[in-house]
Design a binder for this molecule. Structure first.
Ligand code: GLC
Length: 437
């Protein structure tokens, strides 16, 4: 077997061992993340699609089985009990919301909406088009309903941009972006027992004080029964995130393409196109920062841009949001700030910033899912050298260190440069896609 075949086989072993045959979903990583996570499942399904369509379908079905009646898809589905993770279902108490899933305990927050484009990836990957199209036909309206929820309940000014009310909704949990928001808050010191630091070295995880902010935001949302309107009015964290909105926009485009293949959905296509036009225009007006040469987060509560460059700043390339000139600017920023020869692409936060930390979770390390999005985005604009570099760096990091959750971007660190959880599912799933594409 070639090295490539070996790597693919190892990736399959990781995925298969994290898959729960009985309940039909994949944990991101044993111990550290023992339930089903929303965007993880999307990336995982892409990996499965290359060798086991049945598992890819079950993964998506398991996630959608916990969709709320209002279209909301939660960030964690607690299919099972586990005492290795905090905060669990008894803390989140999703049933406080009147339309929450009756069959599953979940959180009351969501994650970047990847399902639309994941369905399109499945369609492109799986060989039996009739079979996969039948699956898509059964599920696509649920994803549409989810988008409808965002545009109706997460966009109070009707701008075409959805807000997030918690850093865990961004997927980039402890990014230094949020430090500016933490400065506006003063939560109590909660008494709680962390579980993550029993699995992973504390230097690679958020601090206890950061957890106070995280829990406090949930307490506020719970006090108002996870009502989006109340959250929009009261939450100290209210952000329009370029990664989150790029995922939504990419998923809109994928739903349009799939409905066109399926036929007979003119109303939905027309609605999606309306959302899409408005969203892309506003995204470009509001989330681009000329001085930094990059897209940034917008703090909707305090009505200002958060002026930092992170890997999320480049995600709009994946969703065809920038025009050619702006795409060139983004590439220039990525190359000069993140792309020196002694670094792997792409650090999750600006390596020139004093907030950069090469080992700490989303404060600097390289993440494979962001790399996958950037690879696809750069390639679609014709930046072949840079896209290949992102792909090759991703493969090299996994080959050298294993299927870690995140990696050191500094090439001079040559030992133990994989951090966080090991045998991490989306690193395995997306490696398969990198090697097969
Ligand atoms: C971490 C990541 C998040 C991911 C989760 C499960 O919380 O920040 O993006 O979904 O782990 O893997």
């Amino acid at each position: 077997m070639t090295t490539k075949d070996n790597l693919i086989e190892s990736a399959k072993t990781v995925l298969n061992s994290n898959f729960d045959e009985d309940k039909g979903f994949t944990i991101p990583c044993e111990g550290l993340y023992p339930f089903q996570w929303n965007w993880d499942s999307g990336f995982i399904a892409i990996g499965f699609a290359h060798y086991n369509t049945d598992k890819a379908k079950r993964e998506i079905e398991a996630l959608l089985s916990a969709q709320w009646e209002n279209g909301f898809i939660p960030h964690i589905i607690f299919h099972n009990d586990s005492d290795t993770y905090f905060p669990g279902p008894d803390f989140h108490l999703s049933k406080l919301h009147p339309l929450a899933s009756k069959s599953h305990r979940t959180t009351g927050m969501t994650q970047p909406p990847v399902l639309g484009f994941v369905l399109k990836e499945l369609y492109d990957i799986v060989e039996d088009k009739t079979d996969i199209l039948n699956f898509i036909k059964t599920n696509i309206d649920k994803v549409y309903h989810n988008h409808e929820h965002f545009y109706t309940h997460r966009d109070p000014n009707q701008e075409g941009l959805a807000f997030i009310y918690h850093n865990w909704e961004s997927g980039t949990d402890n990014s230094p972006i949020w430090d500016d928001i933490w400065d506006t808050m003063n939560p109590p010191n909660y008494k709680f027992e962390r579980r993550d630091t029993t699995h992973v070295d504390a230097s690679q995880r958020p601090t206890n004080r950061e957890y106070d902010y995280y829990l406090h935001l949930i307490e506020i949302a719970k006090e108002h029964h996870y009502d989006d309107a109340k959250i929009a009015e009261l939450s100290p964290f209210l952000v329009q995130d370029p990664l989150f909105n790029a995922m939504l926009i990419k998923s809109n485009a994928a739903l349009i393409a799939l409905y066109e293949i399926i036929g007979d959905a003119a109303d939905k296509i027309s609605q999606l196109k309306q959302w899409q036009t408005k969203a892309i225009a506003r995204f470009n007006e509001k989330l681009f920062n000329e001085k930094l040469g990059a897209y940034v987060h917008y703090d909707l509560r305090n009505e200002k841009q958060i002026e930092h460059v992170s890997s999320s700043s480049f995600a709009p390339l994946f969703a065809d949001i920038p025009d050619e000139a702006r795409a060139n600017t983004l590439v220039e920023t990525m190359t000069t700030k993140f792309g020196s020869e002694n670094r792997y692409l792409c650090a999750s936060f600006d390596p020139d910033s004093d907030r950069f930390n090469p080992k700490k979770y989303w404060r600097g390390p390289v993440w494979i899912n962001l790399n996958w999005l950037l690879y696809k985005g750069l390639k679609s604009y014709g930046f072949y050298d840079l896209s290949n570099r992102v792909k090759e760096d991703s493969i090299t990091l996994i080959e050298k260190y294993g299927f870690y959750e995140y990696f050191d971007s500094r090439k001079e660190v040559t030992e133990n440069a994989g951090y966080g959880g090991n045998n991490f599912s989306w690193s395995a799933a997306l490696l398969i896609d990198f090697l097969k594409s």
